[in-house]
Write a protein that binds this ligand. Structure first.
Ligand code: BES
Ligand code: MN
Ligand code: ZN
Length: 491
């Protein structure tokens, strides 16, 4: 999708913003009297009030050069936030993407920052993962190639849009990675893809099985030992702060490229979704790309543990005891509780190597978080109220909200083991997302600011109606993390 900012509304579709006023529709600027009259008539035939997400489309009116003119509601003028502008543009793009229209102009942005957010929303809505749909019928192929946002301050809007374009690129990459099939994206090919990001100025380090064996990462390696693909740990560094030696923020991601459950095999129906079990890592990779593209003035390191959890003659068994790099032993009681085993060693490495001032991990960790929060909020678990406050604010602003759940010694004792330092599951049907977080916390240094985001319900979503998102992989995490950095960790 090509995004433009211009002073003139040219396009075969032209859309006008409208608001929900106290006395009916509040028309934004840019619409001439004949147009307003025509939309009023159309609105009175339906339910259009200017509410968020509402759209009227009129074909070939005499009063416009455009073949299609649209009116899009953004809700009450006083209540609309950045996300609201984004969604208005996104709704238009979703409506027109395969309509035959090739270009869309959006009229009515009150200022340059709104113009930039309209562009950002349009771009995210245009995302598709079509590279394997080789015989897609012409009428199902996108036609819309250009969106121009009409504004008097095109230069200003362009500069406001630049960091959002970087953010969008990160989101798009995260969606691509989550959508890639697991025969294509496995730990080895994923690490190769990450290595290519060196071109953006990211410093990349890849640890292979031999390197991780040397470091004693028995917890991560145990998960991958049933796969023919070698496990990998990838580090991406962006040291953009004035003081390149200042302790970074560490972002850690679960990258299970496919989770069969291992010997504790998952049921067949729905298992294909487990190609997305690397969604936490995708969010981290996407965020690092966004930071590099917009040259963020912050020190941030991304670390992702890439493994494939397969049943095999060499796979790990329930009953096995493994030793994590941190020197603690773990009794494996369920090979399907593998994400925490991967993260244990990555969290250890992040702290040992970088002494981060704060650490945030993201993981599609538990089905239980979907029972608790559905597909609306990600769960956040933390030892630090300030970090939770920052994440909550960033998530709210970006439309990626998080909701805090508790940690505590009563939950922690569920993962004590009779034969090792801990076991990898708590009691069945009992606060499963919290005991998973307690497990992670056993690998976080005392006093280290840390937050864990359980994104099992948000990394992909079944049919839903957010126009900014495609039908499945959301790219969840890039937006909240990039804003977390922008608002709190930059010079
Ligand atoms: N990857 C899954 C969690 C998951 C479930 C993500 C559904 C997305 C959608 C994770 O590895 C897992 O299997 N967790 C188990 C833990 C249990 C064995 C303690 C679960 O949630 O059932
Ligand atoms: Mn699992
Ligand atoms: Zn998993």
């Amino acid at each position: 999708m090509q995004i433009k900012f211009s002073a003139e509304p040219t396009g075969d579709a032209v859309a006008y913003l409208a608001y929900e006023g106290d006395k009916g529709i509040d028309f934004g600027s840019g619409l001439e009297a004949a147009g307003e009259a025509s939309f009023r008539r159309a609105a009175s035939a339906g339910t259009f009030k200017g509410g968020a997400g509402q759209i009227i489309e009129i074909l070939a009116p005499e009063w416009s050069d455009a073949v299609r003119v649209l009116l899009v509601g953004v809700g009450k003028k006083s209540a609309v936030n950045e996300n609201g502008w984004q969604k208005a543009a996104a709704g238009l793009v979703k409506r027109l993407l395969v309509s035959g229209a090739k270009s869309l102009a959006i009229v009515g942005a009150p200022d340059r920052s709104v113009a930039a957010n309209l562009a950002f929303g349009a771009r995210l809505a245009a995302y598709r993962f079509d590279q394997y749909r080789l015989t897609l019928k012409p009428e199902k192929k996108p036609t819309l190639g250009t969106v121009s946002v009409v504004t008097d301050s095109a230069a200003g809007a362009r500069s406001d849009y630049a960091p959002l374009a970087a953010r969008a690129e990160g989101v798009e990459l995260a969606r691509d990675l989550v959508s890639e099939p697991p025969n294509v994206l496995h730990p080895e090919s994923y690490a190769d893809r990450i290595s290519e990001l060196a071109d953006l100025g990211l410093e990349i380090e890849v640890l292979d099985v031999a390197a991780m064996t040397k470091l004693g990462m028995g917890s991560l390696l145990g998960v991958g030992q049933g796969s023919v693909r070698g496990s990998r740990l990838c580090v991406m560094k962006w040291m953009g702060a004035k003081d390149k030696k200042a302790p970074p923020l560490a972002l850690v991601g679960k990258g299970v490229t496919f989770d069969t459950g291992g010997i504790s095999l998952k049921p067949g129906p729905g298992m294909q979704d487990m190609k997305g079990d690397m969604g936490g890592s995708a969010a981290v990779v996407g965020t690092m790309v966004a930071l590099a593209k917009r040259k963020a003035k912050a020190n941030v390191v991304g670390l992702v543990g890439l493994v494939e959890n397969m049943p095999d003659g060499n796979a790990q068994r329930p009953g096995d005891i493994v030793r994590a790099a941190a020197g603690k032993t773990i009794e494996i009681q369920n090979t399907d509780a593998e994400g925490r085993l991967v993260l244990a060693d990555v969290l250890w490495y992040a702290q040992k190597k970088f002494n981060p001032k704060a650490m945030v991990d993201l993981a599609t960790l538990t089905g239980a978080i979907i029972i608790s929060l559905g597909n609306e909020h990600a769960g956040v678990f933390s030892n630090n109220d300030d970090l939770v406050a920052k994440l909550t604010a960033a998530g709210k602003a970006e439309g990626e909200p998080v909701w805090r759940l508790p940690l505590g010694p009563g939950y922690d004792k569920q993962i004590d083991s009779d034969v090792a330092d801990m076991k990898n599951i708590g009691a069945a049907g009992n606060a499963g997302s919290i005991t998973a977080a307690q497990f992670l916390q056993r690998f976080v240094d005392d006093g280290r600011a840390w937050a864990h985001l359980d994104i099992a319900g948000t990394a992909w979503r079944p049919g839903h109606d957010n126009p900014l998102e495609p039908t499945w992989a959301t790219g969840w995490g890039v937006r909240i993390l990039d804003r977390l950095v922008a608002d709190n960790y930059e010079d």
